[in-house]
Write a protein that binds this ligand. Structure first.
Ligand SMILES: Nc1ncnc2c1ncn2[C@@H]1O[C@H](COP(=O)(O)OP(=O)(O)OP(=O)(O)O)[C@@H](O)[C@H]1O
Ligand SMILES: [Mg+2]
Length: 281
């Protein structure tokens, strides 16, 4: 085997390992989503059960009315939860299609809003009018879940979460910003956060999340395969903001690109993706 052949097969092997890494993070994300969904659904079911029992026990009209109202509200929430899971199934193919990012935000928040409440995190949404992005909905939801869970884990004493969606008309991109008021990231760590296996978490937290260090490296691979950008700004003690820029779907956009076909090289240097740390950090 020539040196050139050997180099090629090593390169191929790295490529295979990168794909496997991305696949592993995808499975973790699906597992987390399934856990959250089941948990949320169970909560709703408990509410329905308890109010149905109350309605049967108490024959008076006001109590029964109240029970029916609670059952109705809980059932509506249950329907939202299932439709958010079905929403993921809608764009199951790994192809890039015109995608409504605002709908993905809503579907993801339905699953996480109770968890955020439990950790005393308030959620502010600034959702502007944006055109469809050229994206794979499932993968964007995976990215958003990773960012939201990271944000939640950075705000152990509670805090504020801002989710912003806007159209950058000059770059013609759909921009998604996830900003938290958490711990922030010191500069020496900031340049490593997109590296696979870089983590500062000792292991899964009480909600069973976190600690492999694959979340952000998967986000970066996914966004780069979308020909988008991911950027971070952070100030220690103030918080962190991730910005994702996705290309707008246009008439001429290629319809059937599989995403991500090749997983971009893992950068260890301070790339543009890890840049822009705040001066005051
Ligand atoms: N919003 C944030 N605020 C503060 N630190 C963050 C934030 N997001 C990421 N980090 C830092 O970047 C590291 C890497 O994040 P990443 O999501 O890749 O892995 P992880 O959360 O540790 O584990 P997992 O693979 O389960 O997501 C985290 O361990 C944390 O130190
Ligand atoms: Mg993470």
């Amino acid at each position: 085997m020539s040196a050139e052949d050997r180099a090629l097969s090593a390169q191929e092997e790295i490529e295979v390992l990168r794909r496997q890494l991305l696949e592993a993070q995808k499975l973790t994300a699906i597992g987390e989503l399934l856990g959250t969904t089941t948990h949320e659904f169970n909560n709703v079911l408990m509410t329905i059960l308890n109010y149905a029992r109350l309605g049967i026990r108490h024959k008076d009209e006001p109590t029964r009315d109240k029970a029916f109202e609670k059952i109705l509200a809980a059932s509506q929430r249950a329907a939202k939860i299932t439709s958010s899971v079905l929403g993921m199934a809608r764009n199951r193919s790994d192809s890039l299609e015109p995608t409504d990012v605002a709908a993905i935000i809503e579907e993801t928040l339905v699953l996480l809003e109770r968890e955020m409440m439990k950790y005393r995190i308030s959620i502010e949404k600034q959702i502007g009018e944006v055109p469809p992005a050229l994206a794979c909905g499932n993968q964007i939801q995976q990215v958003l879940l990773n960012l939201l869970i990271n944000a939640r884990q950075a705000m152990l004493q509670g805090g504020r979460l801002l989710i912003k969606l806007e159209h950058d008309t000059s770059a013609n991109t759909v921009d998604l910003v996830v900003r938290d008021s958490g711990t922030g990231i010191p500069p020496e760590k900031l340049r490593k956060i997109f590296d696979p296996f870089f983590t500062t978490k000792p292991g899964p937290d009480e909600s069973g999340r976190g600690g492999t260090g694959l979340g952000l490296s998967a986000c970066k691979s996914i966004i780069e395969a979308h020909r988008g950008r991911i950027r971070v700004e952070s100030t220690v003690g103030k918080g962190t903001a991730f910005t994702i820029k996705l290309p707008v779907a246009t008439k001429d956009s290629p319809k059937e690109i599989s995403a991500p076909t090749t997983i971009p090289a893992i950068s260890t240097s301070v790339a543009t993706t890890t840049g822009e740390q705040s001066a005051s950090s």
